[in-house]
Design a protein. Structure first.
Length: 400
């Protein structure tokens, strides 16, 4: 396929580029350590031969990424499933999801798309702040990732955003691939998942026609990712206190590496992915003359409602809400044993936080909010969806 050269700085590697990248990776000592630890008992030579037999990115994903993820699910979770009943596996979509884990959100989506019958995986939007290590950058580009350029000046940022938007449209319309992008820049630290209108504004910088036409061309599917336990919850709570107490505190590349490692290795309980219907039918009913900012806000709110409404709530989510509120309003959603297990879990995560002037009351509240907020969001989404359906019913005209 002829890919415009303007996309070269951000796109994944093409099949023709893979052999040279394989050689570069296999010569890197850090990558050698990682790959041999993931496939114990297999020599580096045999791994190299297997790698070089993969002629496409998808073949590499099936040969290397899929079995690693399968093993990870077995060791670090109670299982991982996906409800894709609202989408057509023969179509291509832009999956817009909430964001919990730096690595696994998109990696597990790739595996699950194959499991439910898609013939391909998806191209993944990943921030360049996570690509400071050369072999990691090579690996993710093999794994069909494209780069989100950040920390640029205004003019450069505009150009970068436009190029990324045009590339996403190219992926859907020309490459016939899926796309994954988070609903906001960075992970939600308190599990309040709100779509940034800026993401939608970026999407319409490419394509043709009206705002609605351009978004419809991307076939957006709101995707809900639900982890029963977030291994990084204590790191997020720690970050809240550091931001509160330390002037101008900012994460370092080392913090991101720690989050990646903890997120991958830590226990996650049950994992559920849920696809809402593609929003195109809903988009087409909007008034195209609506002021732009109001239109973007309406679309973002609709995506939020779909993501929140489809969140899989676990007993711990209800326990967290009751613990925060100091009552047992939701005790019909969990047993005494489940409450005890969750309370012990929170205490264990709190004990992992090692910082100066540790504010245990504040940190506990941060941890509990991460699990309680999805319940609050679900209730709000349920009410919004109920109001929307009532409004639709009231507008129906019956003719006899």
């Amino acid at each position: 396929m002829n890919i415009p050269s303007e996309f070269d700085p951000i796109r994944p590697f093409t099949p023709e580029e893979l052999p040279a990248v394989y050689d570069r990776l296999l010569a890197d000592p850090q990558f050698q350590q990682v790959i041999t630890s993931l496939f114990p008992g297999v020599s580096l030579e045999d791994l190299g031969k297997k790698m070089k037999s993969c002629k496409t990115n998808l073949e590499f994903q099936k040969a290397f990424c899929y079995p690693v993820l399968q093993d990870l699910i077995h060791k670090a979770s109670f299982g991982c499933s996906m409800d894709a009943s609202s989408v057509n596996i023969n179509h291509r979509y832009t999956f817009v999801s909430n964001h919990r884990d730096i690595v696994l959100d998109s990696a597990l989506l790739d595996k699950l798309l194959l499991d439910v019958g898609f013939s391909t995986t998806c191209e993944i939007a990943i921030g360049d702040n996570l690509l400071t290590i050369p072999w990691v950058k090579d690996l993710v580009r093999i794994n069909k990732s494209f780069t989100v350029e950040r920390a640029l000046h205004a003019v450069e940022m505009y150009k970068a955003s436009k190029r990324m938007s045009e590339y996403m449209h190219f992926v859907i319309s020309e490459k016939n691939e899926n796309v994954w992008i988070a609903q906001r820049e960075g992970r939600s630290k308190d599990s309040t998942d709100n779509t940034q209108a800026a993401i939608l504004k970026m999407m319409v910088m490419g394509g043709e026609g009206s705002i609605i036409d351009r978004l419809a061309a991307l076939h957006i599917v709101p995707l809900t990712i639900s982890y029963e336990y977030d291994p990084c919850d204590y790191l997020k709570a720690r970050e809240f206190q550091l931001k509160r107490d330390v002037p101008f505190w900012k994460k370092t590349p080392g913090d991101d590496i720690e989050s990646m490692s903890v997120g991958i290795k830590g226990f996650k309980g049950h994992i559920q992915y849920h696809c809402a219907p593609c929003i195109n039918d809903w988009l087409r009913k909007l008034n195209a003359s609506t002021p732009k900012n109001q239109l973007f806000d309406s679309i973002a709110k609709y995506i939020d409602t779909q993501i929140h409404y489809n969140y899989r709530l676990y007993p711990g989510n209800y326990v967290a809400l009751d613990m925060l509120q100091g009552n047992k309003e939701h005790d019909d959603m969990y047993s005494p044993k489940q409450r005890s297990i969750f309370e012990q879990y929170i205490n264990g995560q709190l004990a992992k936080i090692d910082i100066e002037n540790k504010d245990e009351k504040f940190l506990r509240e941060c941890l509990l909010n991460q699990y309680a907020n999805p319940v609050k969001n679900y209730y709000n989404a349920r009410d919004a969806e109920s109001s929307r359906l009532k409004s639709l019913m009231s507008k129906l005209t019956f003719k006899f």
